[in-house]
Design a protein around this ligand. Structure first.
Ligand SMILES: Cc1cc2nc3c(=O)[nH]c(=O)nc-3n(C[C@H](O)[C@H](O)[C@H](O)COP(=O)(O)OP(=O)(O)OC[C@H]3O[C@@H](n4cnc5c(N)ncnc54)[C@H](O)[C@@H]3O)c2cc1C
Length: 457
């Protein structure tokens, strides 16, 4: 079958990247997106700035987003955040994060001096250095691995808050293998996670950036991608897709505005939505596998504050709030400290990016925006030690992301393998998205490029 017309379902970063590769290969591409192009890569106007309400940067240690930026002419303009030191909130104080790989400490001494854990917890973590290898042959949760090797405190006050800042998940269900490849690599390297973390940490140059974004903000990459797609003749249909039906020679894509015949379909929608697009005969077991992938909801609140005398230095990028703190807020990011183009004349007045909600806490979802904002202000006051009157709620912007972050639970690899083999056995079908091979932007881009290549092959 020669591949001429392709329908891409979903216009987030996955869909737009796949569309780019397909259009550059000469296909006639239509992207079906009922909401805003970019999906979670979204922005709002705030004063004179355009602020992200989803991601603001991407991991620099994977190549895919850097390569995409280079293809779009933005390679020279990638910059690292100017502030990189996060803190962890515990017992009314902001503690520095000891050198670690995603919360797995690199040394016992610096864990002790960070003052985040008490002596008993540090002694328990140090047992990891001498304990025999005990990794099971099967996949396990990050919680099971870290609790066993390093103790409950390292999991709950370090690893879980760091991972929760990425996926708003629950480490006791998160698969080591599929959810956190870096921790999987640590566990495969040595019996001791601390030793592996130190070896891997030493192998990375200390001045190498961890995150990057285009100077001026991530919206520049989305704008450049949008422009490139339009110059390649990619079509955009502002409609959701109801169904994708095989026609014998290709596919018929059904939308509320009518049907579109194409040779191939590439879906980038959330997993349960994807399952609902096809009939049972097409997906077979893959339908159940997709529906089994659960999602967490989060809210991202942009909130102005006058920091006054709060113990927040310009080198601080943000604060992580562990689950055991019992608050709705999970993280506070100091956007102005990270990105110089946002900085105001008074360095003490800034916009906070406040994250609310995690898999184990959904009580905030039922609140209206006003009550949600009140709770966020109360939590931020507690964390930063500030009077609530210092927060400007009149200019706050609340963005709710319902069922936004796919959860890579133990068994995810097997579920995804079932979906991949259903796609391989169905001519002209590829399925990807944030549920597939990682939810960070580089992972989404990489998976979308492989999905496009599978159709072109
Ligand atoms: C608050 C927040 C902060 C984040 N921060 C970071 C960060 O700093 N760095 C990072 O790397 N990652 C971050 N992420 C994760 C990352 O943004 C997402 O995983 C990624 O953008 C997902 O891209 P996607 O294209 O796969 O999915 P989406 O962006 O969700 O796109 C899927 C699209 O499908 C559309 N759709 C749904 N149903 C249909 C249908 N029936 N027909 C057609 N279209 C449909 C939706 O409207 C949506 O636009 C963050 C996520 C959130 C929510």
């Amino acid at each position: 079958m020669s591949l001429r017309r392709v329908g891409v379902v979903g216009g987030g970063i996955s869909g737009l990247t796949a569309a780019l590769d397909l259009a550059e290969a000469g296909c006639e591409v239509t992207v079906f997106e009922p909401a805003s192009l970019g999906g979670k890569v979204a922005f709002v106007e705030h004063g004179v700035s355009r602020l992200p309400t989803g991601p603001d940067a991407f991991l620099a240690r994977r190549p895919e987003m850097i390569d995409l930026a280079e293809r779009l002419g933005l390679g020279e303009e990638l910059v690292a955040p100017q502030a990189g030191q996060a803190r962890i909130f515990r017992d009314g104080r902001l503690h520095p994060i000891p050198p670690s790989v995603l919360g797995v400490p690199r040394e016992v001494d610096s864990l002790r001096s960070s003052d985040l854990l008490d002596d008993r917890a540090v002694t328990r973590a140090a047992e990891d250095l001498d304990a025999a290898a005990d990794r099971p042959a099967h996949d396990e949760s990050v919680g099971a691995l870290v609790r066993r090797r390093l103790g409950d405190d390292v999991l709950e006050w370090l690893v879980d808050p760091l991972l929760g800042g990425i996926n708003a998940g629950d480490s006791d269900r998160l698969s080591v293998r599929s959810g956190v490849p870096q921790i999987d690599a640590l566990a495969s390297r040595n019996a001791s996670l601390i030793r592996s973390a130190d070896e891997m940490g030493s192998a990375v140059a200390t001045d190498a950036p961890v995150f990057l974004t285009p100077e001026g903000g991530l919206h520049r990459l989305l704008d450049a991608l949008d422009q490139r797609l339009r110059s390649l003749g990619v079509g955009f249909s502002p409609t959701g897709v109801d169904a994708c039906v095989r026609t014998g020679v290709g596919w018929s894509i059904a939308t509320p505005r009518g049907r579109h015949d194409v040779d191939a379909v590439l879906t980038t929608t959330p997993a349960p939505v994807t399952a609902g697009l096809f009939d049972e005969a097409t997906l077979a077991d893959a339908g159940a596998a997709l529906r089994a992938i659960e999602y967490s909801s989060v809210a991202l609140i942009l909130l102005e504050v006058d920091l006054g005398e709060a113990p927040v230095e310009p080198s601080m990028s943000g604060v992580l709030v562990p689950r055991l703190a019992g608050l709705d807020v999970t993280a506070i990011s100091f956007a102005d400290h990270k990105w110089p183009w946002l900085r105001r004349e008074s360095g003490r007045r800034l916009v906070l990016r406040v994250s609310v909600g995690r898999r184990t806490n959904t009580s905030w979802i039922a609140l209206d925006d006003h009550s949600l904002l009140d709770r966020a202000v109360a939590d931020c006051s507690t964390v930063l030690g500030l009077d609530p009157s210092r927060f400007d709620t009149t200019s706050a912007i609340v963005t709710r992301w319902r069922d936004a972050l796919p959860q890579y639970d133990v068994g995810h690899h097997e579920r995804v393998s079932v979906v991949e083999s259903a796609a391989e056995q169905t001519p002209g079908l590829a399925m990807t998205g944030a549920w597939h091979r990682g939810l960070g932007l580089p992972a989404c881009v990489g998976a979308a490029q492989r999905a496009a290549a599978s159709l072109l092959d």
